[in-house]
Design a protein around this ligand. Structure first.
Ligand code: KMH
Ligand code: ZN
Length: 314
């Protein structure tokens, strides 16, 4: 069996541990403190995640922040306790500047997210739910009626340049089909060079919906623009149905899978996840039905073209 055949039986599972766009009142399982994020990361890795996608939150309130001390603590501890690929966000959360979002790249991670376009990231319907919101949480969600998650060509260029300097591979978050054409332009501009690692993030209001047709359309469009061998890909569906239906579809189509409390809070339609590991375990069970097992971190590094752990700044 050659390497490609071997990887056909594998799936890279990314776990997005906490989020930039959820608030603590939505679920008590969302990890808030650095210690809790680390503990969740270890359990998710033990359950089968080879990539851990990382945000940090202000410990007292749970508000998403770009605090470098917190990032250093979480990255450092997870680096000691696991061999997972640690993938900090450069998407951040509402109210952060692009400079704040990019500051985590000083830690020279193997991989970081790079968002492929701007959207009106609409979380305001959640503010209507009967949940025990703190004032800031309701304001945070409600304020997304008028919130542009800003990723202009200039922003993407700025972050991509920081990633080149840090020898960090981007995982490119694509929210809608038109953003694939943004990437084509950025290739023409010399900012990005394939092969890419694409994450199709579907189910964000203001982007695209988490529907099979939409994933297929985006996948086929990426294949047409860049060529089938010019990218690896993964699907991240937001919300319960989105997360697991797209996971199943990605498994069928040969893609990878992202799950986690950043994107979805339920492990069954009527049962909340008590930890990220619940969601990873369900992804592993789903993969087994398609005769796939979770890729190890070493296998993920080889497939994703990462530099490894010798040149990290944390
Ligand atoms: N919050 C997700 C929908 C990032 O962190 O760069 C998108 C995300 C982006 O995870
Ligand atoms: Zn994120």
């Amino acid at each position: 069996m050659n390497d490609m055949d071997a990887m056909a039986d594998k799936v890279i599972i990314t776990c997005a541990l906490t989020g930039g766009m959820t608030v603590p009142a939505q679920s008590s399982a969302i990890p808030i403190t650095a210690d809790a994020i680390v503990a969740e990361g270890v359990r998710a890795w033990e359950a089968g995640a080879s990539v851990l996608h990382i945000h940090v939150r202000e410990e007292e309130t749970g508000r998403p922040v770009a605090d470098l001390d917190l990032f250093e603590k979480v990255l450092g501890r997870l680096g000691q306790l696991t061999d997972a690929v640690l993938q900090p966000t450069t998407g951040g959360g509402r109210g952060m500047t692009v400079e704040e979002r990019g500051s985590v790249l000083r830690f020279r991670p193997e991989m970081a997210t790079l968002n492929a376009g701007s959207i009106n990231f609409g979380l305001y319907p959640i503010a209507e739910r009967d949940l025990p919101f703190a004032d800031w949480e309701r304001d945070y969600l409600e304020g997304t009626r008028d919130y542009i998650f800003k990723n202009t060509f200039a922003d993407i260029t700025y972050l991509a340049d920081l990633m080149k300097q840090a020898d960090t591979r981007p995982e490119i978050e694509v929210y809608d089909v038109g953003q694939l054409f943004n990437l084509r332009q950025l290739v023409r501009d010399g900012v990005l060079v394939p092969p890419f690692n694409l994450q199709f993030v579907l189910g964000v209001l203001g982007g695209n919906m988490a529907e099979p047709d939409q994933l297929l359309h985006m996948l086929r469009t990426a294949q047409r623009i860049f060529g089938e061998s010019a990218f690896t890909w993964s699907a991240a569906g937001v919300g319960y149905a989105g997360e697991f239906q797209l996971a199943a579809l990605a498994l069928m189509l040969g893609g990878n899978v992202r799950v986690g409390l950043e994107d979805n809070l339920r492990v069954r339609r009527r049962a909340r996840a008590t930890s990220n590991a619940d969601l990873v375990t369900k992804a592993v069970q789903l993969a087994e039905m398609f005769d796939k097992t979770p890729a190890t971190p070493a296998e993920a590094r080889a497939t994703l073209g990462l530099k490894g752990t010798t040149d990290l700044g944390f």
